[in-house]
Design a protein around this ligand. Structure first.
Ligand SMILES: Nc1ncnc2c1ncn2[C@@H]1O[C@H](COP(=O)(O)OP(=O)(O)O)[C@@H](O)[C@H]1O
Ligand SMILES: [Mg+2]
Length: 238
């Protein structure tokens, strides 16, 4: 995937400012940066869920996709998750997964159920939660459901927005194992995360944003030694 000059403003605020980088097939790219630096907005602009960029280009497999619909982008295998739990609260868990499968892959019935089961198993989401309402589940199960829903849509590139936020350490281990496991299956991963040890342990490269711009991109250990990166984090309000 090649991102060129992506820009998005909200009034006078430039949330994503002329951002360009390439993602290689098969890599895990970590994305860090203080709150409000434009990380989630960057995912919005790539996926066009819920909105695209004011300017800039996104190429996938060499094809420009920045003007395609969100549905088209999803059908290409670019699948995002959300920072906040974003399940259909009134639906059962299994129906959440099935709705996504139908929307993205156009599959229903037995075939869809099989895909949903496989995705649940792949991310370790237990079957006995399938018929519970998504809203009634603890955060960790909602995160698992969100991951299962993403995986069920046959992703080639997963955009994960803080999958470990509000989780405790053992649950963060699940996030780590799941990400590594999915990557081993050939899925390219863009991972926004505040939990730095997680980001450092799984990322092949680390991109750091501040105020809508990329301030560092490269080897995670080198990037976190850069003065600009240290200052961006020290300057972050608690
Ligand atoms: N829909 C929106 N309308 C107005 N401002 C927004 C909207 N989405 C994000 N912003 C602003 O854009 C900036 C970047 O936000 P965001 O991408 O969510 O940052 P991050 O994910 O890095 O914390 C913030 O200042 C935020 O308040
Ligand atoms: Mg965010």
């Amino acid at each position: 995937m090649e991102i060129g000059g992506l820009t998005k403003s909200f009034g006078a605020l430039v949330a994503v400012n002329n951002v360009s980088f390439e993602v290689e097939a098969g890599e895990i790219m970590g994305i860090a940066g203080p709150n409000g630096s434009g990380k989630s907005t960057l995912f919005n602009l790539i996926s066009r869920i819920p909105f695209g960029a004011d300017q800039g280009t996104v190429r996938f497999d060499g094809q420009p996709i920045e003007r395609r619909s969100d549905k088209h982008i999803t059908s290409l295998g670019i699948i995002r998750t959300f920072q906040r739990e974003a399940t259909f609260a009134s639906l059962s868990c299994i129906d959440n997964i099935l709705v996504a499968i139908e929307q993205t892959l156009g599959k229903r019935g037995k075939e869809a159920e099989k895909l949903a089961d496989e995705a649940s198993e792949l991310v370790g989401f237990p079957r006995n939660f399938h018929n519970m309402h998504a809203a009634t589940m603890p955060v960790f199960r909602q995160k698992q459901l969100m991951m299962a829903t993403a995986v069920a849509q046959n992703p080639r590139v997963l955009l994960l927005d803080e999958p470990a936020s509000s989780l405790v350490e053992s649950e963060i281990d699940w996030v780590k194992e799941t990400i590594v496991g999915l990557n081993e299956l050939g899925i390219t991963i863009l991972l926004i995360e505040h939990v730095l040890p997680l980001l450092m342990s799984v990322s092949n490269r680390l991109l750091v944003m501040e105020q809508g711009r990329i301030i560092a991109l490269g080897d995670p250990a080198e990037v976190t030694r850069q003065q600009t990166v240290i200052e961006a984090y020290l300057g972050e309000p608690a």
